[in-house]
Design a protein around this ligand. Structure first.
Ligand code: BGC
Length: 252
Protein backbone atom coordinates (compact mmCIF):
# COMPACT_ATOMS: atom_id res chain seq x y z
CA UNK A 1 0.00 0.00 0.00
CA UNK A 2 1.24 3.48 -0.80
CA UNK A 3 1.41 6.32 1.68
CA UNK A 4 -1.80 7.77 0.24
CA UNK A 5 -3.80 4.64 1.08
CA UNK A 6 -3.73 3.45 -2.49
CA UNK A 7 -3.23 -0.20 -3.48
CA UNK A 8 -3.13 -2.01 -6.82
CA UNK A 9 -5.52 -4.82 -7.69
CA UNK A 10 -5.69 -7.13 -10.72
CA UNK A 11 -8.64 -9.34 -11.63
CA UNK A 12 -7.73 -12.24 -13.92
CA UNK A 13 -10.69 -13.47 -15.95
CA UNK A 14 -11.35 -15.57 -19.02
CA UNK A 15 -11.44 -12.63 -21.43
CA UNK A 16 -9.41 -9.93 -19.73
CA UNK A 17 -6.70 -9.21 -17.20
CA UNK A 18 -7.95 -5.99 -15.61
CA UNK A 19 -6.21 -3.79 -13.09
CA UNK A 20 -6.25 -0.40 -11.42
CA UNK A 21 -5.08 1.58 -8.46
CA UNK A 22 -7.71 1.59 -5.72
CA UNK A 23 -8.34 4.22 -3.06
CA UNK A 24 -8.83 2.04 0.02
CA UNK A 25 -10.64 4.81 1.89
CA UNK A 26 -13.52 4.78 -0.59
CA UNK A 27 -13.14 1.58 -2.63
CA UNK A 28 -13.05 3.67 -5.79
CA UNK A 29 -10.62 3.35 -8.68
CA UNK A 30 -8.11 6.15 -8.91
CA UNK A 31 -7.91 5.88 -12.72
CA UNK A 32 -9.66 3.99 -15.52
CA UNK A 33 -9.22 0.22 -15.52
CA UNK A 34 -6.36 -1.03 -17.64
CA UNK A 35 -7.31 -4.14 -19.58
CA UNK A 36 -5.13 -6.61 -21.43
CA UNK A 37 -6.74 -9.48 -23.35
CA UNK A 38 -6.25 -12.78 -21.57
CA UNK A 39 -3.76 -14.83 -23.60
CA UNK A 40 -4.93 -18.11 -25.13
CA UNK A 41 -4.10 -20.63 -23.95
CA UNK A 42 -4.11 -18.88 -20.56
CA UNK A 43 -1.17 -20.79 -19.15
CA UNK A 44 0.44 -19.51 -15.96
CA UNK A 45 3.50 -18.18 -17.81
CA UNK A 46 1.45 -16.35 -20.49
CA UNK A 47 -0.85 -14.79 -17.88
CA UNK A 48 2.14 -13.69 -15.79
CA UNK A 49 3.50 -11.89 -18.85
CA UNK A 50 0.17 -10.08 -19.30
CA UNK A 51 0.21 -9.11 -15.62
CA UNK A 52 3.72 -7.68 -15.95
CA UNK A 53 2.64 -5.70 -19.02
CA UNK A 54 -0.37 -4.29 -17.19
CA UNK A 55 1.60 -3.22 -14.11
CA UNK A 56 4.22 -1.68 -16.37
CA UNK A 57 1.53 0.30 -18.23
CA UNK A 58 0.18 1.57 -14.92
CA UNK A 59 3.70 2.52 -13.78
CA UNK A 60 2.91 0.97 -10.41
CA UNK A 61 5.93 -0.05 -8.36
CA UNK A 62 4.41 -1.31 -5.10
CA UNK A 63 2.85 -4.60 -4.00
CA UNK A 64 0.06 -6.09 -6.11
CA UNK A 65 -3.05 -8.12 -5.23
CA UNK A 66 -4.38 -10.57 -7.83
CA UNK A 67 -7.40 -12.79 -8.26
CA UNK A 68 -7.65 -16.18 -9.94
CA UNK A 69 -10.83 -18.12 -10.76
CA UNK A 70 -9.52 -20.98 -8.65
CA UNK A 71 -9.09 -22.19 -5.09
CA UNK A 72 -5.93 -20.48 -3.82
CA UNK A 73 -4.23 -21.67 -0.66
CA UNK A 74 -0.97 -20.13 0.50
CA UNK A 75 -0.58 -18.57 -2.95
CA UNK A 76 -0.89 -21.94 -4.73
CA UNK A 77 -3.78 -22.60 -7.16
CA UNK A 78 -5.51 -25.85 -6.28
CA UNK A 79 -8.31 -26.11 -8.85
CA UNK A 80 -8.99 -24.99 -12.43
CA UNK A 81 -12.66 -25.51 -13.28
CA UNK A 82 -12.84 -22.86 -16.00
CA UNK A 83 -9.18 -22.03 -16.61
CA UNK A 84 -6.19 -23.80 -18.11
CA UNK A 85 -5.59 -27.02 -16.16
CA UNK A 86 -1.87 -26.27 -15.90
CA UNK A 87 -2.73 -23.83 -13.08
CA UNK A 88 -3.37 -26.71 -10.68
CA UNK A 89 -0.41 -26.84 -8.30
CA UNK A 90 1.11 -23.64 -9.65
CA UNK A 91 2.60 -21.36 -7.01
CA UNK A 92 0.86 -18.27 -8.40
CA UNK A 93 2.28 -16.01 -5.73
CA UNK A 94 5.87 -16.96 -6.59
CA UNK A 95 5.15 -16.79 -10.33
CA UNK A 96 3.60 -13.30 -10.26
CA UNK A 97 6.18 -12.00 -7.81
CA UNK A 98 8.99 -13.16 -10.11
CA UNK A 99 7.25 -11.59 -13.13
CA UNK A 100 7.02 -8.32 -11.18
CA UNK A 101 10.67 -8.06 -10.22
CA UNK A 102 10.37 -9.86 -6.89
CA UNK A 103 7.88 -7.49 -5.25
CA UNK A 104 5.32 -8.81 -2.71
CA UNK A 105 2.06 -10.09 -4.18
CA UNK A 106 -1.11 -11.56 -2.71
CA UNK A 107 -3.28 -14.00 -4.67
CA UNK A 108 -6.85 -14.96 -3.83
CA UNK A 109 -9.97 -16.45 -5.39
CA UNK A 110 -11.91 -14.08 -7.67
CA UNK A 111 -15.28 -14.44 -5.94
CA UNK A 112 -13.65 -14.05 -2.51
CA UNK A 113 -12.18 -10.74 -3.70
CA UNK A 114 -15.54 -9.56 -5.05
CA UNK A 115 -17.22 -10.60 -1.82
CA UNK A 116 -14.79 -8.65 0.34
CA UNK A 117 -15.29 -5.55 -1.81
CA UNK A 118 -19.11 -5.76 -1.85
CA UNK A 119 -19.17 -6.47 1.88
CA UNK A 120 -16.95 -3.55 2.76
CA UNK A 121 -17.82 -0.84 0.21
CA UNK A 122 -20.77 -2.09 -1.81
CA UNK A 123 -24.16 -3.75 -1.74
CA UNK A 124 -23.80 -5.67 1.53
CA UNK A 125 -22.17 -2.96 3.62
CA UNK A 126 -25.25 -2.33 5.75
CA UNK A 127 -26.09 -5.96 6.45
CA UNK A 128 -25.00 -7.43 9.78
CA UNK A 129 -24.71 -11.21 9.80
CA UNK A 130 -23.79 -13.82 7.25
CA UNK A 131 -23.46 -12.45 3.72
CA UNK A 132 -23.20 -14.76 0.71
CA UNK A 133 -22.04 -13.36 -2.62
CA UNK A 134 -22.49 -15.42 -5.76
CA UNK A 135 -20.99 -14.41 -9.09
CA UNK A 136 -22.88 -15.64 -12.14
CA UNK A 137 -20.53 -15.86 -15.12
CA UNK A 138 -18.85 -18.73 -16.96
CA UNK A 139 -19.14 -20.58 -13.66
CA UNK A 140 -20.60 -19.63 -10.28
CA UNK A 141 -18.20 -18.22 -7.72
CA UNK A 142 -19.04 -17.85 -4.04
CA UNK A 143 -17.87 -15.81 -1.09
CA UNK A 144 -19.02 -16.16 2.49
CA UNK A 145 -18.50 -13.30 4.94
CA UNK A 146 -19.45 -13.04 8.55
CA UNK A 147 -19.21 -9.54 10.01
CA UNK A 148 -16.50 -8.73 7.49
CA UNK A 149 -14.47 -11.90 7.96
CA UNK A 150 -14.11 -14.06 4.88
CA UNK A 151 -14.32 -17.84 4.93
CA UNK A 152 -12.05 -18.38 1.89
CA UNK A 153 -12.43 -20.82 -1.02
CA UNK A 154 -16.03 -21.89 -0.44
CA UNK A 155 -16.59 -23.12 -4.05
CA UNK A 156 -20.37 -23.40 -3.70
CA UNK A 157 -20.77 -23.27 -7.48
CA UNK A 158 -19.74 -26.91 -7.40
CA UNK A 159 -22.41 -27.91 -4.89
CA UNK A 160 -24.33 -30.76 -6.48
CA UNK A 161 -28.10 -30.34 -6.51
CA UNK A 162 -30.32 -33.13 -7.84
CA UNK A 163 -27.32 -34.72 -9.53
CA UNK A 164 -25.96 -31.59 -11.19
CA UNK A 165 -23.35 -29.05 -10.12
CA UNK A 166 -24.90 -25.66 -9.36
CA UNK A 167 -22.75 -23.88 -11.93
CA UNK A 168 -23.76 -26.36 -14.64
CA UNK A 169 -27.36 -25.54 -13.81
CA UNK A 170 -27.40 -21.80 -13.21
CA UNK A 171 -24.22 -20.01 -14.38
CA UNK A 172 -24.90 -17.12 -16.76
CA UNK A 173 -23.06 -19.11 -19.45
CA UNK A 174 -25.77 -21.82 -19.25
CA UNK A 175 -28.49 -19.27 -19.99
CA UNK A 176 -26.48 -18.22 -23.00
CA UNK A 177 -25.57 -21.73 -24.15
CA UNK A 178 -29.10 -23.12 -23.91
CA UNK A 179 -30.93 -19.97 -25.02
CA UNK A 180 -32.93 -19.89 -21.76
CA UNK A 181 -35.42 -17.10 -21.07
CA UNK A 182 -34.97 -15.12 -17.85
CA UNK A 183 -37.95 -17.07 -16.42
CA UNK A 184 -36.34 -20.43 -17.21
CA UNK A 185 -32.95 -19.39 -15.93
CA UNK A 186 -34.36 -17.76 -12.77
CA UNK A 187 -36.06 -21.05 -11.90
CA UNK A 188 -32.63 -22.73 -11.88
CA UNK A 189 -31.10 -19.89 -9.86
CA UNK A 190 -33.99 -20.16 -7.37
CA UNK A 191 -33.29 -23.85 -6.87
CA UNK A 192 -29.63 -23.10 -6.15
CA UNK A 193 -30.45 -20.24 -3.78
CA UNK A 194 -33.10 -22.23 -1.92
CA UNK A 195 -30.63 -25.08 -1.39
CA UNK A 196 -27.94 -22.68 -0.19
CA UNK A 197 -30.24 -20.78 2.19
CA UNK A 198 -31.42 -24.04 3.72
CA UNK A 199 -27.81 -24.97 4.44
CA UNK A 200 -26.27 -21.63 5.43
CA UNK A 201 -29.11 -19.23 6.38
CA UNK A 202 -27.41 -16.04 5.14
CA UNK A 203 -29.13 -12.69 5.86
CA UNK A 204 -28.66 -11.64 2.23
CA UNK A 205 -27.42 -12.91 -1.12
CA UNK A 206 -25.41 -10.50 -3.27
CA UNK A 207 -25.65 -11.35 -6.97
CA UNK A 208 -22.55 -10.47 -8.98
CA UNK A 209 -21.15 -11.16 -12.43
CA UNK A 210 -22.01 -9.40 -15.69
CA UNK A 211 -25.65 -10.54 -15.58
CA UNK A 212 -26.19 -8.57 -12.34
CA UNK A 213 -26.32 -5.50 -14.58
CA UNK A 214 -29.72 -6.77 -15.79
CA UNK A 215 -30.85 -7.69 -12.29
CA UNK A 216 -34.27 -6.03 -12.68
CA UNK A 217 -35.04 -8.63 -15.36
CA UNK A 218 -34.51 -11.66 -13.14
CA UNK A 219 -34.16 -10.88 -9.42
CA UNK A 220 -37.94 -10.21 -9.18
CA UNK A 221 -38.55 -13.68 -10.68
CA UNK A 222 -36.66 -15.52 -7.91
CA UNK A 223 -38.73 -17.63 -5.54
CA UNK A 224 -36.29 -18.26 -2.67
CA UNK A 225 -36.95 -16.52 0.65
CA UNK A 226 -33.71 -14.64 1.47
CA UNK A 227 -33.37 -11.15 -0.07
CA UNK A 228 -31.18 -11.03 -3.19
CA UNK A 229 -29.53 -7.71 -4.03
CA UNK A 230 -27.40 -6.89 -7.07
CA UNK A 231 -23.70 -6.26 -6.60
CA UNK A 232 -22.95 -2.55 -6.62
CA UNK A 233 -19.28 -2.41 -7.63
CA UNK A 234 -20.01 -4.42 -10.77
CA UNK A 235 -16.91 -4.97 -12.86
CA UNK A 236 -14.55 -3.35 -10.37
CA UNK A 237 -15.30 -5.65 -7.39
CA UNK A 238 -12.51 -8.13 -8.18
CA UNK A 239 -9.95 -5.37 -8.60
CA UNK A 240 -11.01 -3.65 -5.37
CA UNK A 241 -11.01 -6.92 -3.40
CA UNK A 242 -7.57 -7.84 -4.75
CA UNK A 243 -6.26 -4.45 -3.63
CA UNK A 244 -7.86 -4.90 -0.18
CA UNK A 245 -6.20 -8.29 0.23
CA UNK A 246 -2.72 -6.74 0.15
CA UNK A 247 -3.26 -5.03 3.47
CA UNK A 248 -3.90 -8.29 5.25
CA UNK A 249 -7.64 -8.62 4.76
CA UNK A 250 -7.01 -12.24 3.86
CA UNK A 251 -4.20 -14.74 3.66
CA UNK A 252 -5.82 -18.07 2.77
C1 BGC B 1 -14.33 -21.83 -9.80
C2 BGC B 1 -14.22 -20.81 -8.68
C3 BGC B 1 -14.45 -19.41 -9.23
C4 BGC B 1 -15.73 -19.33 -10.02
C5 BGC B 1 -15.95 -17.97 -10.65
C6 BGC B 1 -15.64 -21.65 -10.50
O1 BGC B 1 -15.74 -22.57 -11.55
O2 BGC B 1 -14.23 -23.14 -9.29
O3 BGC B 1 -12.97 -20.90 -8.06
O4 BGC B 1 -14.49 -18.50 -8.16
O5 BGC B 1 -15.75 -20.32 -11.03
O6 BGC B 1 -14.91 -17.63 -11.52
Amino acid sequence: MSARGHAFGIDIGGSGVKGATVDLATGELVHDRIKIATPHPATPFAVAEAVAELVDKAKWTGPVGLTLPAVVIGGVARTAANIDKSWIGTDARALFSAALGGRPVTVLNDADAAGMAEDHYGAARNFAGLVMLLTFGTGIGSALLYHGTLVPNTELGHLEIQGMESEHRAAASIKERDGLSYEQWAAQVSLVLTTLENLFFPVVFVAGGGISRDSEKWIPLLTNRTPVIPARLRNTAGIVGAAMAITGGIAP
